[in-house]
Design a protein around this ligand. Structure first.
Ligand code: SF4
Ligand code: MG
Length: 332
């Protein structure tokens, strides 16, 4: 059962220098109870595509799509008021830096209770009870006294737990997490990911997890969408992306996951070069300038997504029958 289905979403920012084509026609879906990872470098269009479908774009942005359907509702035809109601109630969000999303002037308790009182019309006492339950759910010790504290009295990891609590407080159907662990150190990062995985299983909420690090979503997501230059270059089950990746950019991302072997850290290989200028997107494949396998056709014509299985698609000329010898190449 599909909870979210996005078809041919395009987002363009009008700036003085021209038009930035930040999202260039993406299509993907999220099933009920499933978690989907969206991975790519910064500037690949991951966050913008999420903000687009939630209609949280600045006024200089232009959004078009064939359809954005959420839980049977066409969001393209949903007005701002209905959209705002949906956010926080049916769709929860977590961002990278919990300090900027929490209000420093209000206690954590006030901030957890507010959406409960607005969206679920709970009384003050009911909201307090529920807030304590939620803090217990995200494993914050002594929740009753924690409710009275202000955000600065929490550590970074604890603040992110509070954000998760707020996002989940109204039992949303979909949780969108944008780099939720990027600002945290590695140990805390692992704890937050564990918590999110537990909650996903317990609450049966669908999750979209945005990250620049494939390693972060390996144990968490059912499917992975790889974005580059405002487009989806590959998508598939987590197994397909990790064990049968077909796009050279995915190969690069896999090589850049930090690996620990017998306590030693292997050298991290990053993908050389920089992302395309989306003010003047290339005519052909956006990855051409950085791709070690680029062919003449790559510069001229954009590759179309090719289905490799019911769940796996990749957009790369190496998938063309005439390029088969290269396509068999595997990452080392
Ligand atoms: Fe590389 Fe060409 Fe495939 Fe693009 S289409 S990823 S340039 S081989
Ligand atoms: Mg981002």
């Amino acid at each position: 059962m599909k909870l979210l289905q996005v078809q041919n979403l395009k987002t363009t920012f009008h700036i003085e220098a021209g038009q930035v084509q930040a999202v260039r026609g993406i299509s993907f879906h999220v099933n009920k109870g499933e978690s989907v990872g969206i991975v790519g470098e910064s500037g690949s269009g991951k966050s913008v595509s999420m903000l687009s479908l939630l209609k949280l774009l600045p006024p200089n942005a232009e959004l078009t799509a064939d359809s954005i359907s959420f839980d049977g509702i066409e969001l393209l035809r949903t007005n701002q008021k209905a959209m705002r109601k949906m956010l926080g109630k049916d769709i929860g969000m977590i961002f990278q830096d919990p300090m900027t999303s929490l209000n420093p002037l209000f206690t954590v308790g006030q901030q957890i209770m507010e959406p409960l009182r607005i969206h679920q019309k709970l009384s003050k006492e009911e909201a307090r009870k529920r807030a304590i339950e939620i803090l217990q759910m995200v494993e914050i010790p002594s929740p009753e006294s924690r409710l009275k504290q202000y955000p600065h009295e929490f550590s970074g990891g604890m603040r992110q737990r509070v954000m998760i609590a707020i996002a989940l407080s109204c039992s949303p159907k979909l949780l969108i997490a944008d780099e939720p662990t990027t600002a945290l150190d590695v140990t805390i990062q692992a704890q937050i990911l564990d918590l999110m995985r537990d909650l996903k299983n317990k609450l049966n909420v669908s999750i979209v997890m945005i990250t620049h690090d494939l390693g972060v979503i390996a144990n968490m997501c059912n499917r992975i969408v790889v974005m580059y230059g405002g487009a989806i270059v590959e998508q598939g089950t987590t197994r397909e992306i990790f064990y049968e990746p077909k796009h050279p950019y995915t190969w690069g991302l896999l090589r850049s996951i930090p690996q620990f072997s017998e306590g030693e850290k292997k050298k991290l290989i990053s993908i050389p070069g920089s992302p395309p200028d989306l003010l003047r997107p290339p005519a052909g494949c956006a990855f051409t300038a950085r791709c070690p396998h680029a062919m003449k056709i790559c510069e001229k014509l954009p590759p179309r997504p090719i289905s490799l299985s019911e769940t796996h698609q990749a957009a790369c000329w190496l998938m063309h029958p005439k390029a088969q010898p290269y396509a068999k190449e595997v990452i080392s």
